[in-house]
Design a protein around this ligand. Structure first.
Ligand code: NAD
Length: 496
């Protein structure tokens, strides 16, 4: 049985920990590998390696750091199919979606290739007589990333390439549920020319995370995962005076106006709601139908019911299983709560299975209508292939529902009216808005800007905000004396 290694100071090595966590194939529940719950001293070694490497890595010219990213981008593209195969086998994602997981990460590496331009400071000449002020952007030191199971390529790649291109070094603690994908990313990073200690990977759960959050030599923490853990990480990291950005759970709404194109709405909402088995933080899990558009719900439900889950290498499969038995148990319980609380279940996937893979964590597509905001299926993040449909009479009512929701990751509106779209984009309290685009994940030259309980912190992932997150600004005021400098001491705060 394959034992997942640690990656410390340029070496892939077995952990000495006797505590091993099984990694399973979610389609069959078979154990495919074991990942160690690393020892405290191994986490310390990873931070120490990163701290040591920082001294030399920060002095490597930014152009050379960018070239490592250029090589990394080319290698990731070359190996995209291999990454997607490893990723699909341990997450159950269908192959094309696994390719997308890798690709959306590669795009962030492309942004990291632009590090020189992004790290330019500012200059003002002659702020006072003979005095110039300029700023430079410098790295922080050792940065830590804690990542979730649902995008094991994309989310680590949201973090370490940019942090490292900015001159930092990195310790990654990936999800214990699919750790083989990030290990492959590390292997390819070595091939790209990353020196030892620049990227390190340890495995484990809460204890290892807490150790990193308390570690004196860690400067900044990036986290992506669920709300309770995100709050814990943000509180602990900031209480230890570290910079932190924590991306958390979501409940993303789409608003369907009656003037929208029905076919466009249906074609888009099928994939946006049940794609990746709903295990996307930007999945649409609530659709609010305004006025007459509620007549389309049955047709949408039929289109969603036609999507068949299956194995990752089944070309007919629309999506794969849930990640674990406990994830399935939670989603089934929520579906049952929806029925018990009075929602109408138009499509029920709770009994779905794939022949020959009955032990897998399958849930078929599920659609509820007559959902109200006091129901658990509305209030909780389901993270399964379940769409909740609500009906209202006006855009104002729809906006009030979306704005009262505690999450604010993504939302969309389908409409033919520029005025309705403009009102929605302006008044909605959600950080990423799609107009006739169901899942508005920004490309990496923008930033991933969730709001409210979907994000704790201020500077967001990738884009210019991530460069600010992973760097410090130093401002220099300089004078090179000439004859004109006034004689005698200056006892005021004025420059002269
Ligand atoms: P999770 O919170 O269970 O785990 C995330 C990471 O935290 C993992 O590395 C895990 O090992 C670690 N962890 C788990 N429990 C911990 C604890 N008590 N203390 C410290 N660390 C702990 O999340 P998950 O189930 O892997 O991922 C799914 C969640 O992630 C969903 O809520 C989803 O919405 C969210 N997510 C959010 C975004 C976003 O950008 N907002 C993106 C992807 C996923």
């Amino acid at each position: 049985m394959h034992n997942v290694k640690l990656f410390i100071d340029g070496e892939f090595k077995n952990s000495a920990s006797l505590n091993r966590i099984p990694v399973t194939n979610p389609a069959s529940a078979e154990i495919i590998a074991y990942v160690p719950d690393a020892l405290a001293e191994e986490a310390d070694q990873a931070v120490a390696a990163a701290k040591k490497a920082f001294q030399s890595w920060k002095a490597v010219p930014v152009t050379e750091r960018a070239r490592v990213m250029m090589r990394y981008q080319a290698i990731l593209k070359r190996e995209q199919t291999r990454i997607a195969s490893v990723l699909a086998a341990e997450t159950g994602k269908v192959f094309d979606d696994a390719m997308g997981d890798a690709w959306r990460g590669i795009e962030v590496v492309e942004q990291a290739m632009n590090a020189p331009g992004m790290m330019m400071g500012e200059t003002v000449e002659n702020v006072a007589q003979g005095i110039d002020t300029y700023s430079m952007i410098q790295p922080l030191g050792v940065c830590v990333g804690i990542t979730p199971f649902n995008f094991p390529a994309m989310i680590p790649l949201w973090m370490f390439p940019l942090a490292i291109a900015c001159g930092n070094t990195f310790v990654l603690k990936p999800s214990e549920q699919d750790p083989q994908t990030p290990m492959l990313l590390a292997e390819l990073f070595v091939e790209a020319g990353a020196p030892p200690g620049v990227l390190n990977i340890i495995h484990g759960g809460r204890e290892r995370v807490d150790q990193l959050l308390h570690h004196d030599d860690v400067a900044a923490v990036s986290f992506v995962g669920s709300v309770p853990v995100g709050q814990h990480v943000y509180r602990t990291a900031t209480a230890n005076l570290k910079r932190a950005q924590c991306f958390a759970g979501a409940k993303n709404h789409t608003v369907v106006m009656p003037d929208a194109s029905k076919n466009h709405v249906i074609n888009n909402l099928v994939g946006a709601s049940v794609g990746a088995a709903g295990q996307r933080c930007m999945a649409i899990s609530v659709a609010i139908f305004v006025g007459e558009s509620q007549q389309w719900i049955d047709e949408l439900a039929q289109a969603i019911a036609a999507v068949k889950p299956g194995l990752w290498n089944d070309k007919e499969a629309g999506f794969g299983p849930l990640i674990s038995a406990s994830a399935k148990e939670r989603v089934v319980a929520l579906i049952e709560s929806g029925k018990a609380q009075g929602a109408t279940c138009l499509v029920d996937g709770s009994d779905f299975t794939v022949a020959g893979y009955e032990q897998g964590h399958w849930i078929g597509p599920t659609v509820f209508r007559d959902v109200t905001t006091d129901m658990r299926i509305y209030q909780e993040e389901i993270f399964g292939p379940v769409l909740c449909c609500l009906c209202v009479d006006s855009l104002d009512e729809a906006l009030a529902i979306v704005n009262a929701n505690p999450y604010g990751n993504g939302t969309s509106i389908f409409t033919a009216s520029g005025a309705a779209a403009r009102k929605y984009q302006s008044e909605v309290s959600v950080g990423q808005v799609g107009i006739n685009v169901p899942i508005p994940v920004p490309l990496p030259f923008f930033s991933f800007t969730g709001w409210k309980n979907s994000f704790f912190g201020d500077l967001h992932a990738y884009g210019k905000q991530a460069v600010r997150f992973y760097t410090e600004t130093k401002t220099i005021t300089s004078r090179w004396p000439e004859d004109s400098i006034p004689a005698g001491p200056n006892l005021t705060i004025n420059l002269r």
